[in-house]
Design a protein around this ligand. Structure first.
Ligand code: ATP
Ligand code: MG
Length: 568
């Protein structure tokens, strides 16, 4: 690539509406340009990275037994009506009409199209499992497109779909795709975690999200430093292993005038919030239900709403209803003689001698003990995990980090094959719906994630395997100096002959401008050719973050060849 021939519109200033590192860097280094909100053009340096990421994905998926296809982005409404999603998709799906007044949409995803394909072309169970993927454009009219290509409206996704006769082969393919995702992200040079996705949203099917760890990530992850265990903070399981201590004191009713919060109770009695419990009343299918968590813990609404008696979505009882249905007021509620079903979080059920509201305004009980003073009906997991909690696999104490979701794989089961009548004849000749899996990977989002993870100390540190090019060749005053020009062009073509990807700044620009651009783009190596060093028969050679070396052109090329081999 020659700078005089391609567009690399670098910016000296930070663009006004860019908030996160990757968005700022990708605009400043001239990788992308915005056309309109959530719509981006990929310029040559950005496209070079995107293509490398795509190729790594292709290689790993092909190796894992998937086949690449390319499906239309414009899709007829009929298919979406068959699956029942035409009316469900909402405004994220962009709809349009053709010249015959027929409805179409711009694909937000491809389950319908791929199911239609397979029901028509796969006729025998002998053709299964069938594992199809594409790398293609998606359009989702996101309510809040932001962070550049991280959450765009038009973006590139690798979406894959597998079709099976039975569960066993689905499991096998799911495992293969899970492993391929790991290989892809490792090869790209990303630190990631595979996270079991929220079981609530996916039913009992298997589902994993792949997250790249980065401060700017939209998701909060809880993980064990000692194992592969990782989960979304919102859905991470809270376990409890301590046994409840025995009671040591008699229950006591204490006057606590005007004290309504856990904080105030703790202060007033001089005890830690973890020695108290709070009782929350929510609407249930057969009247109100009480949920009890430790004073220092917070209720996890998703977990609580999955309890059989509790109404979903979770709805807290209003003040008037509270008084009417339970006779108590907010700030004084406790589990003793409450007269409604009570679910107690594991950590709260492990307490002895705890403090709680007395169901009477201005009073609390202290030294309360389960079993002795109040029945412990059911101990459940209904709280949010905290840093330092024991991980659900028991391997260590949870740490929190933020993650960027780059991939999501899950079991679709027969959702689409049932609704779209996609069946296959099994060995006995009986028609049975396909069992399906679905495997998404955000290709353009991955490029932004690479930047998030590898931009440090105000410099981009491209992993060699996905860098826009291996080396940045800066020719100093190449227009004035014939000697420089000749040496630079010779090095450039020798690099090309050796299969080295080189970005040659041959523009008629001041050296300062060229160096500033080279600093900004941040390629793994830089070679500078100027009259002064040429007089000594050498060039300046620098690998990112290291001292400048003075090497002959031969030595420099050899180093680059070695680097190339090391990265492949
Ligand atoms: P998110 O929760 O981030 O909206 P999603 O659950 O809608 O993601 P999927 O439908 O599973 O995502 O799509 C697969 C992958 O496509 C995601 O893991 C993500 O990497 C990528 N992706 C989804 N939406 C966008 C977007 N608006 N811009 C860029 N990439 C996206
Ligand atoms: Mg989404």
């Amino acid at each position: 690539m020659r700078a005089s021939h391609i567009l690399v519109p670098t910016l000296r200033e930070t663009p006004a509406d860019a908030e996160i590192t990757s968005h700022i860097y990708m605009l400043r280094a001239g990788l992308i340009r915005q056309l309109a909100k959530g719509l981006y053009t990929w310029l040559p340096l950005g496209l070079a990275v995107l293509r490398k990421v795509e190729n790594i994905i292709r290689e790993e998926l092909n190796n894992a037994g998937a086949m690449e296809v390319l499906m239309p982005v414009v899709q007829p409404a009929e298919l979406w009506k068959e699956s029942g999603r035409w009316d469900v998709m909402g405004p994220e799906m962009l709809r349009m009409k053709d010249r015959h007044d027929r409805d179409y949409c711009l694909s937000p995803t491809h389950e319908e199209v791929v199911t239609d394909l397979v029901r028509n072309v796969v006729v025998s169970y002998k053709q299964l499992p069938c594992n199809i993927y594409q790398i293609n454009t998606k359009f989702r009219d996101e309510i809040r497109p932001r962070f550049g290509v991280m959450r765009a409206r038009e973006f590139v996704m690798k979406d894959g779909y597998s079709f099976h006769l039975e569960e066993e082969t689905f499991e096998e393919t799911y495992r293969a795709m899970f492993n391929a995702y790991g290989s892809i992200l490792s090869r790209i040079g990303l630190e990631y975690r595979a996270v079991e996705a929220d079981p609530g949203s996916m039913g009992d099917g298997e589902s994993h999200e792949f997250h790249v760890l980065a401060e700017s990530g939209e998701d909060a992850l809880a993980f064990s430093p000692n194992s592969d265990y990782a989960a979304n903070v919102e859905s991470a399981e809270a376990i409890s292993t301590i046994d409840r201590p025995l009671p040591t004191a008699e229950i006591e009713k204490i006057s606590t005038p005007g004290i309504l919060t856990i904080e105030a109770v703790s202060d007033f009695l001089g005890i830690a919030p973890s020695r108290t419990v709070k009782t929350l009343i929510v609407e249930g299918s057969k009247g109100p239900v009480a949920l009890v968590v430790r004073g220092d813990h917070t209720l996890n609404e998703a977990k609580a709403s999955r309890l059989p008696l509790v109404k979903s979505p979770l709805t807290f009882l209003k003040e008037e209803a509270l008084l009417r249905d339970t006779g108590v007021t907010k700030g004084s509620i406790g589990p003793i003689q409450l007269g409604i079903p009570i679910f107690v979080d594991h950590s709260a059920s492990n307490l002895a001698d705890f403090t709680c509201g007395a169901n009477e305004a201005g009073f609390h009980f202290s030294n309360v003990n389960w079993g002795r003073d109040v029945d412990l009906t059911e101990s459940v997991d209904i709280r949010n995990v905290q840093e330092g909690d024991l991980a659900a696999d028991g391997s260590g104490l949870l740490e929190f980090k933020r993650g960027i979701e780059v991939g999501h794989i899950f079991k679709l089961g027969t959702k689409y094959s049932d609704s779209m009548g996609a069946t296959i004849q099994d060995r006995s000749g009986k028609n049975t719906p396909f069992v399906m899996g679905c495997y998404g990977l955000g290709v353009t989002r991955i490029v932004a994630a690479i930047v998030e993870q590898h931009y440090r100390d105000e410099t981009m540190h491209w992993p060699i395997q996905v860098a826009p090019a291996l080396v940045h060749l800066v020719a100093v005053n190449n227009v004035k100096s014939e000697q420089v020009r000749e040496a630079a062009f010779s090095l450039y073509s020798r690099c090309l002959d050796s299969g080295i990807e080189i970005y040659f700044d041959d523009r008629d620009e001041r050296p300062g401008v060229k160096f500033a651009d080279a600093d900004l783009v941040g390629l793994p190596y830089r070679i500078t050719i100027g009259e002064r060093t040429l007089a000594n028969g050498v060039v300046e050679f620098q690998s990112a973050g290291k001292e400048i070396e003075f090497l002959t052109a031969d030595e420099a090329i050899q180093k680059l060849i070695n680097a190339n081999e090391g990265s492949s």
